[in-house]
Design a protein around this ligand. Sequence first.
Ligand code: C2E
Ligand code: CA
Ligand code: CA
Length: 622
Amino acid sequence: MTGERDERDSIHVLQRDILEAVALGKPLAEVMDLLCRRAELLAPEMLCSVLLVANGRLHTIAAPSLSPEYLAALEGAEIGPKAGSCGTAAWRGEHVEVTDIFNDPLWEGYQDLAALSQVSACWSTPIKDADGSVVATFAIYYRTPRGAVGFHRRMVEACVHLCTIAIQNDRAKSKIHHLAFYDQLTGLPNRTLLGDRADIALALANSKGERVAVMLLDIDRFKTINDSLGYAVGDRFLKEVARRLQVAVPASDTVCRLGGDEFAILLNQVDATRAAETAEELLSALYERLEIDGMALPSNASIGISMYPDDASDFDALLKNAEVAMYHAKEQGRNRFRFFKSEMDQAVVQRLEMEGAIRRAILNKEFALDFQPQVDLATHTLYGVEALVRWNHPQWGRVPPEHFIPLAEECGLINDIDTWVLEETCRQLSTWDNLGVAVPAVAVNVSATDFEQGNIPRRVTAALTRHGIKGERLILEITERLMMDRNENTLVAFEALRKVGVRISVDDFGTGYSSLTYLKRFPVSELKLDRSFVSDLPHDTGDQALAAAVIRVGQSLGLTVVAEGVENDAQLTFLRAQGCNVGQGFFFSEPFGADELPKWLDRLAASRSSAASSPMERHFLG
Ligand code: C2E
Ligand code: CA
Ligand code: CA
């Protein structure tokens, strides 16, 4: 540089060019890079860097002449009271001039890195936002230990000013961008951005022959929340809903708030099944207890789904069709999803709907227990009661176990149900004990998957201990399928259960497998003669032979035989004649609620005392 005037002119040119780049809307990184390069050109001893400060950490935006290793080590470094020149300048909010890196305590821990990168001095100046917070640093480095000369100081002053303008401009730009494309309340993309993304998604799907799903989700009864609890609560509620939706959807898909309590979701690369699964997941995510100020708010939603290219070829039409489907979902009782095309994989949808409903039933405590008495045929006293789960769905009413148990087994929800049943049964037994209602034992049904998981003995003993029930009073009814299982866990579990006195009963005996060898392998106490062998007794000679055979198998192995589905006197007479130990069925009673047991026990006692003149069972129902 020759004279001061030349220096001033060169700084002016630099300023003009950088401001022009800002005005042309060049990306910030590009502008900062240009600034550093031009400054270095004017003062070749100087190496420049611009670092952004975000959440207390440094991120390089431009440093064209510093070594990549140095920048890599610097990336994400925390600012602090002793964090090199830039980290300290950002921390203090004032410029930090280190003339000899190797003899300055601020650079302790960074000196090796500086040596490696061949820099010996560094002067860093913070760049502040309008509100005074540090948003970046501008630094110049020298290869040798030294301070800055006058021209360099004027240059830094100009550069800092340019950085401030460029960064503030960039922020304003991204704020405008955010306002234009994002919902201010939830931070989710808005309809404009969703539309842009949808256009891309549809074009991509079209070229690859894939499908895209568009969902419209509307919160059920949001207006009530807003009107009764006020907008502030309504806003927080919507924010939480938005958060849950976003978590439930893969990052590659878009959740958008259309406005009010309406959300739209764009799913890439999906078929109807996957879309239905996602809808279920969204409903489940919303269904979980949503509390604001200690108040639990109902957060159900209705979802309509339309598929590209099946239902429409452009985004607006897809959204419209999803809305039509959403209204259908509302009409059908809310808290559900519907496809625009009703014929769309109904079976899949129903299944998933059921799965979601079971999941919610567990959370929502929609299950209850009925009990069915089992009568000792020799003494005509109560042998035990079998607990049978009942599901009262808020909209569908009573759902029979045959409809949901197999599905719950398939989708891994049975364990939750059975755990609840076990817990509730033990609780009920201890209630009966406290009331003086004598119930010798309870039987609960457990699924094979409960055993495969291996933790059933622990769950059982925990429930028994919690309610002060002896193991001898619990019978677990399992199916033959489990007995054929070669899984070591099963045998270990059986042994553990036997140790605490819990009995194992083989349910629906005779229906599953012909091999009886497992009866020797497993410590079983009881066989339940399946209903199908009992129903046509005593007329059907085939059933006679089978029933008699099962009873003999039980007798020879020393097992208690319980006959299921006993509906009339003739069946009972036959079974007793064969030596069957216990009977259960509508003849004695249909399953009933726990409260009805004392009344039923009274009737059992009455039938016993009037039995002197005629066979007691004949009096039982009368
Ligand atoms: P299951 O274990 O064989 O239960 C006996 C079923 O037969 C019950 O049906 C009962 O109501 C019915 N039943 C009783 N006496 C008679 C009779 O005299 N005639 C006729 N026709 N039926 C009679 P439910 O309650 O509908 O249960 C069906 C099945 O669901 C059960 O068959 C059991 O396999 C399963 N289940 C029920 N509760 C649970 C549970 O808590 N956990 C598991 N894993 N399965 C359960
Ligand atoms: Ca059973
Ligand atoms: Ca059975």
